[in-house]
Write a protein that binds this ligand. Structure first.
Ligand code: AMP
Length: 155
């Protein structure tokens, strides 16, 4: 069992809940270069950037659901984790994983912990068709526990 006093809580789920009110999108298929994150990568609309390197951009979510709510995206054109995990280069994959830890540090989340999640496709509740990870913290998040309670499943 993970000791929450010493380790950040990493939750990587294909969540069953949407974080946005827009319609969901498919997690597979052709990349839509008109999606809002493709535009953010081009600087329009502007985003509050918290981290950037050659392969990764991280910026604040426009509708935060926690005191810290950052979106971490690859700069390459990937629709979802399905697409990214099968077609991205090793460099891109390594870069995004390494950046996650760095961004958690930059956002001051390493001591008290955080959740990291991605929504994929319709059932995941994905609304923007560019792969993104939600980094959530600043207060207890614990998505899995919330879902278990909602479904009255106790373990
Ligand atoms: P998802 O529902 O997992 O696809 O998450 C999409 C997220 O993108 C939501 O949490 C939105 O609030 C967020 N979002 C949408 N448009 C913008 C934007 N222009 N800048 C920052 N975040 C955005």
């Amino acid at each position: 069992m993970i000791n929450k006093l010493f380790f950040a809580f990493l939750l990587l789920v294909f969540s069953s809940g949407s974080l946005a009110s827009n319609e969901t999108v498919s997690g597979i298929g052709k990349y839509d270069s008109n999606n809002v994150f493709a535009k953010i990568l081009q600087g329009k609309p502007p985003a509050k950037i918290v981290f950037e390197n050659e392969y990764v951009l991280a910026f604040e979510d426009i509708h935060p659901i926690k005191p810290v709510h950052v979106l971490i995206i690859p700069k390459g054109q990937y629709r979802s984790l399905v697409d990214f995990s099968s077609t991205a280069s090793d460099q891109e994959i390594i870069a995004i994983v390494k950046s996650m830890g760095k961004i958690a540090k930059v956002m001051g989340l390493t001591k008290n912990g955080f959740s990291l999640m991605t929504n994929s496709g319709h059932n995941g509740g994905q609304t923007v068709s560019h792969l993104h990870f939600h980094l959530l913290g600043g207060e207890p998040v614990n998505c899995e526990k919330a879902l278990r309670e909602k479904n009255s499943i106790n373990h």
